[in-house]
Design a protein. Sequence first.
Length: 94
Amino acid sequence: MTTALAVVVVGCGLLASSTALAAEKTITLAVKNMYCAACPHTVKAGLEAVPGVVKAVVSYKDQTAIVTYDDTKTDAKALTTATTNAGYPSAPKG
């Protein structure tokens, strides 16, 4: 019984630690080709379709997309690919 309980406790600990390793990151992308107020909606939809994206805020005025994502599920390359595939090339700003 003690051994079974120890296995359950260790197993739960491993699950919790893998969740703790997941980190939300935020990146600002400089987005090109946004020429009208409707463009940010297309960029946002493209970004939100990427698994792991938690939030995307796209600004026509600033020509940027601020994206919060789970870095265990996606990365900056996937985000820039998503905007490029939607017709709006982007790159990390900074």
